[in-house]
Write a protein that binds this ligand. Structure first.
Ligand code: NOJ
Length: 552
């Protein structure tokens, strides 16, 4: 098997091969001891991230918000929510990150605002057809007295995608009722979002992660849709009338021009759950965004054939448009990968796990998670690490319903467990209250309870310990940078075949072998193991199942 070489990428652009660390500010580090992470907390842990060797951080939203969807419901795009600090804290964090050579990407949520946003509050008091209503998607209802919603769309979080207001009109919200969709047919929405982009670019951010990047434009006439709404569509699914419409690309072509007016390489990364890869990579054509998350790799699970297919497809499609491939295993919307890989079927993709569900095999999941990290980090392109991945953190799978906060849990009456389990605050110190999420021992409890197992995963239990997951990531990032693996190419070796559960590719002088099968596999005689996913990975020159190595 050979792969199209991604020859058109210009490697002087920092993002082309960057390792980008996702910070979920609520759960990263709590400097003011109120139980919720904050920007000063982020700043205080920058030395940890620098030591880990990341090139950039991406911060999930920290803007003024009622927090109905953990900040993805923005009330003011130009203000820091007091929960996280103030603008001074942001500026200080940004300056310090830059002084350490770490770039900073912020989240932009352009598909919807919070219902507490000034625009929406104005729209509520304005009359049907008014300019204030035209910023959102208001429609008259159907049936007698307009009592039925304008169409049959369902919210991604469950329930109806329309809510009725006092005068009888309805407004669209693809997510929660408190997240009204903006009307991207209205030029005022375009100019406002451009101004928001410029506000943060002027402050010095290096890029934006674009939330629901495939969602802003809806099909003409808002036609009914026959299938269930989901962020994760199968590759054979039809395109719903609210996702991946042609018009979204014009928005990114414009934003590309806006970014190019600024010095430095500013970038946009698309959160677009779009399949197949050929359609996803249209978002990163040369005049659009710079990167798009490759969720195909995340969805491949612990399955060598599917991983190989996803790697081939991504590199081929990326090569066609001259964009870097991206790789990601977990984020704040998915069950953590070391937990997914510990389920009986490690290709399943549950929407949350509760105490009543199958519980993962933690040791197996962690072993596979570490092997998957080596598989991902030797690939060319840009790699994303979700906070806690480097500690091998598992999902919290037994959170009580009483502490859950994800709107998806409530809107589906608990049918969908939701994403709280992957958002649990980071353990920094094994023996401290709240595992050191706040350094102050008097601090309020973390906003979500941590499982007891977090004591052993805490950063202080791992930093400097040779066999730890943290040290594995640190060494992998260091070798990746030294050997410029992110700028390399993939050539499958003839050593083993994915059908036997084994992936093996070369990138430069380095060979990755990962054993996702059930039997030990022989390694080439004389090969030196540069890095192993764990100390027992190789016995008698055979790679054990659920392990990976980097060979030279
Ligand atoms: C995707 C974000 O990652 C998720 O957390 C959020 O709930 C939805 N978009 C809505 O903004």
């Amino acid at each position: 098997m050979s792969l199209a070489e991604n020859t058109r990428i210009q490697h002087d652009q920092w993002w082309a091969d960057a390792v980008i660390y996702q910070i979920y500010p609520r759960s990263f580090a709590d400097a003011d001891a109120n139980g919720m992470g904050d920007l000063q907390g982020v700043r205080s842990r920058l030395p940890y991230l620098s030591q880990l060797g990341v090139d950039a951080i991406w911060l999930s939203p920290f803007y003024l918000s009622p927090q109905a969807d953990a900040g993805y419901d923005v009330a003011d795009y130009r203000a820091v929510d007091p929960l996280f600090g103030g603008m001074k804290d942001f500026d200080a964090m940004l300056a310090e990150a830059h002084s350490m050579g770490i770039r900073v990407i912020v989240d932009l949520v352009p598909n919807h605002t919070s219902d507490q946003h000034e625009w929406f509050q104005d729209a509520l008091t304005a009359t049907p057809g008014s300019a204030a209503r035209e910023r959102y998607i208001f429609r008259d209802g159907k049936g007698p007295g307009g009592a039925l919603p304008p169409n049959n769309w369902q919210s991604i979080f469950g329930g109806n995608a329309w809510t009725r207001v006092q005068d009888g009109q309805w407004y669209l919200h693809l997510f929660d009722t408190s997240q009204p969709d903006l009307n991207w047919e209205n030029p005022e929405v375009h100019s406002e979002m451009e101004s928001v982009l410029r506000f943060w670019l002027d402050r010095g951010v290096d890029g934006f992660r674009i939330d629901v990047a495939h969602g802003m434009i809806k099909a003409d006439g808002l036609p009914d849709w026959h299938a269930k709404t989901s962020m994760v569509e199968g590759s054979d699914a039809e395109t719903p009338p609210y996702f991946d419409q042609e018009g979204v690309h014009e928005i990114y072509q414009h934003w590309n021009k806006v970014l190019s007016e600024y010095d430095g390489d500013r970038m946009l990364v698309a959160e677009a759950w779009v399949e197949p890869a050929e359609r996803l990579f249209r978002y990163v054509r040369p005049d659009e965004m710079q990167q798009a998350f490759n969720f195909g790799f995340l969805l491949a699970g612990w399955d060598a054939v599917r991983m190989a297919e996803s790697i081939n497809e991504s590199l081929e499609e990326a090569g066609k448009v001259g964009a870097p491939a991206t790789w990601v295993l977990s984020n704040h919307d998915t069950v953590r990968h070391s937990t997914r890989y510990g389920l009986t079927d490690p290709t399943t993709f549950p929407k949350g796990i509760s105490a009543e569900d199958e519980q993962p095999d933690e040791e197996l999941g962690l072993a596979r998670g570490r092997a998957a990290a080596l598989t991902m980090l030797a690939l060319p392109g840009s790699a994303y690490i979700y906070q806690g991945d480097e500690l091998g953190l598992p999902e919290h799978t037994t959170l009580d319903a009483s502490v859950r906060q994800d709107p998806a849990f409530f809107r589906t009456n608990g049918e969908e467990i939701g994403r709280d389990g992957c958002r649990v605050p980071i353990p920094w110190t094994g023996a401290a209250p709240g595992y050191g999420f706040a350094e102050n021992p008097e601090a309020a409890s973390p906003w979500l309870p941590q499982p007891d197992s977090f004591a052993k995963y805490a950063a202080d239990q791992q930093v400097g310990l040779d066999s730890s997951t943290y040290e594995l990531y640190r060494q992998a990032l260091s070798i990746r940078a030294e050997r410029k693996l992110g700028q390399g190419t993939v050539a499958w070796t003839s050593l083993h075949a994915p059908a036997d559960g084994v992936l093996s590719y070369r990138n430069g002088d380095l060979t990755l072998v990962v054993n996702a099968g059930t039997r030990p596999v022989r390694l080439p005689a004389g090969a030196e193991v540069l890095l192993a996913s764990q100390p027992d990975a190789v016995t008698d020159n055979a790679l054990q199942p659920n392990r990976a190595v980097w060979l030279v």
